[in-house]
Design a protein around this ligand. Structure first.
Ligand SMILES: *Cc1c(COP(=O)(O)O)cnc(C)c1O
Length: 430
């Protein structure tokens, strides 16, 4: 029996926490904000080893869109394992991979008239971002890539060079180059259309070398839940098309239903050259990432972006099941729309009660801003005491970021918002 299963008292939690702190590197971060020992989880609830339930408005940073241990996904995985299905497969053809590709093409790509090639990358989002900019540079023969203020694209060097957060960049210890940052939508305040700045800077004479690609998040999850307007996104897409610059959407966090649709950009009538998916793609919290490549861009030599763990077949199984179970009919999408309208109304009610807050984001990727930057962290830790897991985001941790599971019930969505409301009252001494 594992150590964790034998623990039951607060005292044991304290011991294990000390034990982990003694042996685990200082680099850990989330466990500092939520300092208990978690033991099991189901749907939108996580339980500590003392059996205290926590409502999860963090969902593994957006890797658990269908909740913890979704029973349908669990069933398909357990039966696959029981039947000795392939677990590790490099990039070999396997029936688990074939089933995933079949479902993804049939239920996600074909209905949207998308004709992408699928590239399986190393299991993390950051590895898929590396692959995306590598192929963009190879395809165009250019070096620069345009990224945006407050962007987050991952922590390995190539992806880190596209990430704006100065603390994270400092960790590199080497120069991060061949990236140009441009102002994201709204960065210069209301009324300044930053897409026209981008357009101007790409004209001859600006001094800027023509880039291989523009990489963008339609909603900046880590960067403070900033959303790109339809106009802005379409404008920068149009500039990219006019100038033969590849257009990459990093949909790692905003994709897989988080924005309300499977892809976060699908209402915007754009077809990116490259789309990056990871986080909730496996649907079960299993590591998996995927690049969607426009077929003409797919000029890789065999093995040019290799990796041992590009064939996580357990993830292919749960991902394949997630696609057929949730996305093969309109039922889940329709329910999602109803639920995100409900969530939006509840957030607007919260603002009625606390007029000093601001609401941002869309779908199930939402943020709350406060008058004072520190408040978000205070609300997060107060909410944790009241049984809610909710994180902060943004360069100063100044935005409370709400990422409930897409499968959370109306009641759970409302309960989470009520806890946030109580936490705000407590902090203001009301
Ligand atoms: C999380 C995230 C990444 C990095 O993914 P990892 O799996 O943590 O490497 C990249 N881009 C976006 C938008 C993300 O949210």
């Amino acid at each position: 029996m594992s150590l964790i299963n034998t623990l039951s008292t607060e005292d044991d939690t304290f011991r294990l926490k000390n034990f982990a702190e003694r042996h685990e590197s200082k680099v850990r971060s989330y466990s500092r904000d939520f300092p208990v020992v978690f033991n099991r989880a189901s749907g939108s609830l996580l339980y500590s080893d003392t059996n205290k339930p926590y409502l999860d408005f963090f969902s593994g940073a957006g890797a658990l869109n269908y909740g913890h241990n979704n029973p349908v996904l669990k069933e398909s995985l357990v039966s696959y394992i029981t039947n000795d299905g392939i677990s590790h497969g490099l990039d070999l053809f396997t029936s688990a991979k074939e089933r995933f590709i079949r479902n993804f093409v049939q239920y996600i790509l074909s209905p949207r008239n998308f004709d992408y090639k699928l590239q399986f990358c190393g299991p993390t989002g950051t590895n898929a971002v590396e692959a995306a900019v590598k192929i963009a540079r190879k395809f165009t023969g250019r070096r620069n890539v345009i990224s945006f203020t407050n962007a987050f694209h991952g922590m390995s060097l190539g992806a880190l060079s596209l990430t704006a957060n100065p603390k994270k960049r400092k960790g590199a210890g080497v120069s991060l180059h061949d990236t140009i940052f441009m102002p994201y939508d709204g960065y210069l305040g209301d009324g300044i259309d930053t897409s026209s700045i981008l357009k101007a800077m790409l004209q001859d004479g600006s001094g800027l070398d023509k880039p291989a690609a523009i990489i963008v998040e339609t909603i900046q999850g880590e960067g403070g839940v900033n959303t790109a307007s339809k106009n802005w996104l379409r404008n920068i897409y149009r500039v990219a098309k006019e100038l033969d610059i590849l257009f990459i959407v990093d949909d790692i966090q905003a994709g897989c239903g988080r924005s309300g649709k499977f892809f976060s950009f699908e209402e915007y009538q754009i077809i990116p050259d490259i789309v990056v998916l990871s986080k909730s793609l496996s649907g079960y919290g299993l590591p998996m990432s995927l690049l969607l490549l426009s077929p003409d861009v797919d000029i890789w030599e065999p093995g040019e972006h290799n990796g041992t763990f590009r064939g996580n077949n357990h993830a292919f199984i749960t991902a394949g099941t997630a696609i057929s179970h949730f996305w093969s009919t309109k039922e889940f999408s329709d329910e999602l729309e109803i639920k995100s309208n409900f969530f939006e109304r509840s957030l607007n009610d919260l603002k009625q009660k606390h007029p000093h807050i601001g609401i941002r984001g869309r779908g199930f990727l939402r943020g709350i801003s406060f008058e004072n930057d520190k408040t978000a962290t205070e609300v997060s830790s107060e909410a944790f005491k009241l049984g809610l897991i909710v994180e902060t985001s943004g360069v100063r941790g100044h935005i409370l970021k709400l990422l409930p599971a897409l499968t959370a019930s109306h009641q759970q969505l409302q309960d989470g918002i009520n806890i946030i409301s109580d936490a705000i009252h407590r902090i203001r001494g009301e």
